[in-house]
Design a protein around this ligand. Structure first.
Ligand code: ADP
Length: 448
């Protein structure tokens, strides 16, 4: 039998015995009820006494020993002691984990700030204090935007979209900080602050190097291409040299294309902020792109669909570069018997979409996430044959980023591809009469 039940059995048996003994003794004096009452009063007093001892101990259980009682009371006290020990053990373990967590976050090379829903500082580690000039006591409970007042930071916190990190230069010195907010537990926010000055300096050195190297390569390449062109057209040149010469010319032109794209990328890289820009008539731009495709020696058929008048507010050279890269790719990677469709439309939410779809070679799914990386080519042989630099889609991505736009790529190998640029409504203007705007803008921007 269970120990607890056995103790209860004993207790009841003992009470019953006492009741019987009390009644017999009382009866021998001629007062059975008095004997019974005395025994029950004694039992009640004994229980009260034990209850009192338990209560007394519970009130100050950390300094006193548990009362030493037998029977049911002993069992109850043993269970309370066990519960108390278990609770103390878990509490201690929790405290240890918490202390360790605090020590490790305090020693982290990155700054950590815990913010509440009002963006008030709940806690921060040593590095966050150093990077953001926070004072341990004084700044707790203060709204972080009162202490870090950079407008970009304030906007970042207010926007509430923390999918991207924010990078900014501290106004007081040359330090570059990167902020990343991670929402947790409903309405708390964990903010990570990192000193990225070194990475920014390295990145800027890399960009400068690429820009300078491309720039330096341009002049000698122009000279080489010029001479090769002259030699290629020279009637007196030996027949056996004609093949190598035209190959040299083709390769020099490829190098020219790469240098051109590298310089274009460097130019786009140098600009961090979104461009303001002028109205661009997308319909007119599409007509020019179509002409470029038709001018190719071998090209697929191309159709234009302008579903909405108007166009984009942006920087024309960048948009032109992005769209022409997409249309150029569609023409390059679609056989002459295939079709390319270029479409512009504005949806009900006012967002603009420029899509280039083709029935070309297509791209298998594993390449899609890396397509906009620099020099990433799906089929380097084919890309080289078509004169691709591997930089086209990187240029598209950067140009779109400057306009707050995004690129969506859908493709199936052997079926075709579709590249769609999505422009936010603030970047779109819808002309009342499309034709009018097309004519005006085309003249304005010298597109005709
Ligand atoms: P490239 O100059 O080589 O064309 P891009 O950056 O423009 O470089 O494109 C990267 C790669 O993506 C290309 O090498 C090509 O393999 C693939 N690609 C781009 N557009 C298309 C398309 N419309 N159809 C099939 N493949 C494409």
């Amino acid at each position: 039998m269970d120990d607890g039940l056995r103790a209860w059995g004993f207790a009841l048996a003992r009470l019953a015995t006492l009741v019987v003994v009390g009644a017999i003794v009382g009866l021998s004096f001629g007062h059975a009820v008095t004997g019974l009452a005395l025994v029950l009063a004694g039992a009640l007093a004994w229980n009260y006494f034990n209850l009192f001892r338990l209560d007394y101990w519970l009130r100050d259980r950390s300094t006193r020993d548990a009362p030493d009682s037998g029977g049911v009371w002993g069992d109850v006290i043993t269970q309370v002691v066990r519960l108390h020990r278990r609770k103390r053990f878990h509490k201690q373990r929790l405290l240890d984990v918490f202390r360790e967590l605090r020590h490790s976050t305090a020693a982290m090379p990155d700054g950590v700030v815990v913010l509440n829903v009002q963006s008030e500082i709940v806690w921060f580690n040593r590095m966050a204090g150093r990077l953001l000039n926070l004072k341990r006591r004084a700044d707790l409970g203060i709204r972080i935007t009162n202490l870090v007042r950079e407008p970009d930071f304030v906007r970042y916190l207010q926007k509430g979209d923390f999918s991207d990190t924010l990078q900014l230069r501290r106004s007081t010195d040359e330090l570059y900080l990167s902020f990343q907010v991670v929402p947790y537990g409903g309405n708390q926010r964990l903010m990570l602050v990192r000193d990225v000055t070194r990475q920014v300096a390295l990145e800027s050195m890399r960009k400068d190097f690429v820009a300078n190297a491309s720039h330096e390569l341009r002049s000698p390449l122009t000279v080489i291409t010029g001479y090769l062109e002259t030699l290629d057209q020279d009637e007196d040149i030996e027949e056996s040299l004609r093949g190598p010469l035209s190959e040299m010319r083709r390769q020099a032109e490829r190098m020219n294309a790469i240098v051109h794209d590298l310089l274009e990328l460097s130019r786009l890289d140098a600009k961090q902020d979104e461009v303001v820009g002028d109205p661009i008539d997308v319909g007119a731009m599409m007509s020019i792109l179509r002409k470029d495709v038709l001018a190719r020696p071998r090209h697929p058929s191309i159709t234009l669909k302008v579903d909405s008048p108007g166009g984009i507010l942006g920087e024309e050279s960048e948009i032109q570069s992005a769209f022409s890269n997409l249309v150029d790719n569609a023409a390059k990677y679609t056989p002459p018997e295939g079709r390319v469709e270029v479409r512009w439309w504005v949806d009900d939410g006012g967002e603009g979409h420029f899509a280039v779809s083709d029935t070309g070679y297509g791209i298998s799914a594993e390449h899609l996430p890396r397509l906009t990386e620099r020099f990433y080519r799906v089929d380097s042989g084919r890309s080289r044959d078509t004169g691709g630099s591997g930089l086209g889609l990187a240029i598209v991505k950067h140009a779109l980023q400057h306009h707050g736009a995004s690129l969506q790529i859908e493709s199936r190998e052997g079926v075709g591809s579709s590249f769609t640029c999505h422009f936010p409504a603030r970047r779109v203007f819808v002309g009342g009469r499309g034709g009018n705007i097309a004519v005006t803008r085309a003249t304005d921007t010298g597109l005709n």
